[in-house]
Design a protein around this ligand. Structure first.
Ligand code: SF4
Length: 700
């Protein structure tokens, strides 16, 4: 094609879960790829944030892995694909023979596509284990658990479009769309606010969301700047206020909705019978008056929508946190209509889809439980082999077992050495594995420990589908492969699966062929085809060909056994670590607009790195004075698990006694400090609260 101008391809931004459409222009040479706007893209209509605009910068980056590598004598050497496949298959067979199938773990990725994650989990199950998981475990596993159990589906109840058009109140708790979902925020939520919607933000940190909605207009909006880890008491105080007010004046509770469409209301009332709102407000670091005002704002709206983020989910009580949001929505009848619901803002561009297609230890594609005989048998019939019926280990549980019950790990596009909590221990434990294979585009902190590295193509070079935060399944389309000895993830997994099982049920010639099989085992995707997805995509559930998908859920019934939504009172569980004499501060963590999780891509993007080249910590002015810290000082932040050197940013964006930092930068990642205590049910770690100490770093 040299000398010819090619048509740009329409694809999806590889970063956050908003799912913005962009175009990629292929130049004369394979590595020459340029970003182009996609003016009528269905989600973003051509608008783009800084990450999306810079996404093509990493496609031909000099750090790209360009050849397969095998570790030999402690060093990596180049190897052929055939040699690597043989090595991987031999080691997987050896581990199964010596220790059994549950001695392997498989990590899928929210950065890879539905078809690729579908094939990875199929390989794990054919191997004989349900030890397959993905990074949703780190972000919204608790949200998915609570929503699935109480409403039916582990996903946003509504769509960005109906929320923009119909919501009167945006209750945003532990989420920061201004920073982490910039186009959803500017194009949808901010538009609604400009047209009159009111915002109640519940967050320990004042952030870009606070600023973008001008929440300091306190006559209209509110920011409840609570203490980290006190979301249950604040919501219980809100719910108790609504219960009390309804006794005086009917209308605060939607009695008909509660009666006809829910179960468990009595349990909620009993739980809160002796609840002390004054004491709760004090524990949250708020006044009762402001909590009661927020309760009235929410309960009196025609349509009130809850947005929930990792500030809620990443706690050892993450399931209870989200359940209490569900309780609030249900007692006021704010579910099942446009402009309402409980809406998790999903982090990565395919975190929703990676779960939808079954890359989780407890469910098969379409959230069918592995321990449900009927569901499992229906999948086995299509696949032609038996699936283990016991749920497997989650990714943090697998990581806790490295070198013990888990001897080998297959990682596709993930970076657990940086993304998991207590990262210093993860790095120690991963060295205990007998065999580690990593499939990625760069030499990540995890790949450094691998025995085999399989170089994959990037998001821009291949096709497939991804599912965004409001359940819209969209197609990605690729340009020419930049480095000729790299391969698409689907092709690599097809080769490994076919050789390992001597079974052509693992050989897919292209993503569409894999999607066609996925449809057969995933009821919520069954009605979709690549043709039907077209350029607009479709919101699941889409059960039969011709269905147009559902932008909002539960208009008539809930997807629970009884068809009713589940209300359940919850009580406060404080963070596992609270401040003490040795570690007197609360450390909390969050992400930045310019960076993306472990920074594998964003730290290699010149545009993004220029914006924020190093980590920092927000310190309240009163704490700064106490510790003798000036704005811009180098400080050492410590917890019981490690220390990082960062720059202090003295600001009243954080509360007194609370320090706030990010996980994006390898040597100074917040995850060297975070606590790996887990929520009992969802197994999500408590990234959002740990005890910490700070001191001015010594000059060297
Ligand atoms: Fe990409 Fe998200 Fe930015 Fe859209 S908002 S361009 S999907 S990072």
């Amino acid at each position: 094609m040299s000398g010819e101008q090619r048509e740009p391809v329409k694809t999806i931004c590889p970063y956050c879960g908003v799912g913005c459409g962009i175009q990629v222009q292929q130049g004369e040479e394979p590595g020459d790829v340029q970003f182009r706007p996609w003016g009528d893209a269905p989600v973003n209509e051509g608008r783009i944030c800084i990450k999306g605009g810079a996404a093509t910068e990493v496609v031909d980056h000099e750090d790209r892995l360009t050849d397969p590598l095998i570790r030999e004598g402690g060093e990596f050497r180049e190897a052929s694909w055939e040699e690597c496949y043989e090595y991987v298959v031999d080691e997987l067979e050896r581990i199964r023979e010596e220790y059994g199938p549950d001695a392997m773990g498989f990590f899928g990725s929210s950065k890879t596509m539905n078809e690729e994650n579908y094939l990875l989990q199929k390989i794990a199950r054919r191997y004989g284990t349900n030890n397959v998981d993905n990074c949703t475990r780190m972000c919204h596993a608790s949200t998915v658990w609570a929503l699935r159990t109480s409403l039916g589906a582990g996903a946003m109840t509504n769509s960005m479009r109906d929320l923009r058009e119909e919501a009167d109140v945006f209750w945003i708790q532990g989420a920061n769309p201004g920073e982490q979902h910039p186009i959803a925020n500017s194009q949808y939520f901010r538009q609604a606010v400009l047209e009159g919607a009111t915002v109640v933000q519940v967050d320990p940190h004042a952030n870009k969301t606070t600023r973008s909605f001008e929440i300091d207009d306190t006559d209209r909006h509110q920011h409840l700047q609570l203490n980290p880890g006190t979301d249950i008491p604040v919501l219980n105080a809100v719910i108790k206020t609504i219960l009390e007010k309804h006794e005086d004046e009917a209308g605060w509770i939607d009695e008909a909705f509660v009666e006809e469409r829910t179960e468990g209301f009595e349990h909620l009332k009993e739980t809160l019978e002796d609840f002390d709102k004054e004491a709760a407000a004090e524990e949250c670091g708020l006044s009762l008056e402001e909590i009661e005002r927020a309760a009235e704002t929410y309960a009196s709206a025609d349509n009130a929508a809850i947005f929930t983020g990792m500030g809620m989910s990443q706690h050892r009580c993450g399931v209870d946190n989200v359940q209490n949001e569900i309780n609030l929505a249900l007692i006021t009848g704010n579910v099942g209509r446009p402009g309402t619901g409980v809406n998790p803002l999903r982090g990565q561009n395919n975190v929703q889809g990676t779960c939808d297609v079954g890359a989780m230890p407890n469910v098969l594609p379409g959230y069918q439980p592995v321990d449900d005989d009927e569901a499992r048998e229906s999948v086995e019939e299509v696949w032609g082999f038996d699936v283990p019926s016991e749920p497997g280990l989650t990714n943090v549980e697998i990581s806790h077992e490295f070198g013990n019950s888990v001897r080998g790990l297959y990682v596709v596009g993930e970076n657990p050495v940086m993304s998991e909590p207590d990262a210093n221990r993860v790095a120690e434990r991963i060295g205990e594995l007998e065999f580690l294979v990593v499939q990625d585009i760069f030499m990540t902190e995890t790949a450094e420990y691998a025995d085999v590295i399989l170089p994959a193509t990037t998001w821009a070079e291949r096709g497939g589908t991804v599912t965004n935060t409001d359940r819209r399944v969209q197609r990605m389309r690729g340009v020419e492969t930049v480095h000729e000895n790299t391969k698409h993830d689907l092709e690599i997994l097809s080769a490994v699966g076919s050789r390992l099982f001597d079974d052509d049920g693992f050989a897919f010639d292209d993503p569409e062929e894999a999607f066609e099989e996925l449809r057969e085992v995933c009821p919520i995707y069954h009605g979709m085809t690549y043709d039907a997805l077209g350029e607009e995509g479709l919101h699941w559930p889409c059960y039969e060909p011709g269905d147009e998908g559902d932008p909002y859920l539960y208009a008539e019934t809930f997807d629970t056994d009884s068809g009713l939504a589940h209300i359940e009172g919850v009580t406060h569980t404080p963070p596992a670590e609270t401040p003490d004499d040795e570690y007197p501060l609360i450390l909390t963590t969050a992400r930045l607009e310019e960076h993306y999780n472990t920074g594998t891509m964003s730290r290699r993007s010149p545009t993004l790195n220029r914006q924020t080249p190093e980590n920092f910590v927000d310190v309240h002015p009163a704490d700064a004075e106490r510790y003798g810290i000036e704005d811009g000082d180098g400080v050492t932040l410590t917890s019981r698990r490690g220390e990082i050197d960062v720059v202090a940013q003295v600001t009243d964006a954080t509360k007194e006694g609370v320090v706030w930092t990010t996980p994006h930068f390898a040597a100074a990642s917040a995850n060297r400090l975070t606590n790996d205590v887990l929520d009992d049910r969802a197994k999500i770690p408590e990234y959002k609260a740990a005890a910490a100490e700070i001191e001015v770093a010594l000059e060297t």
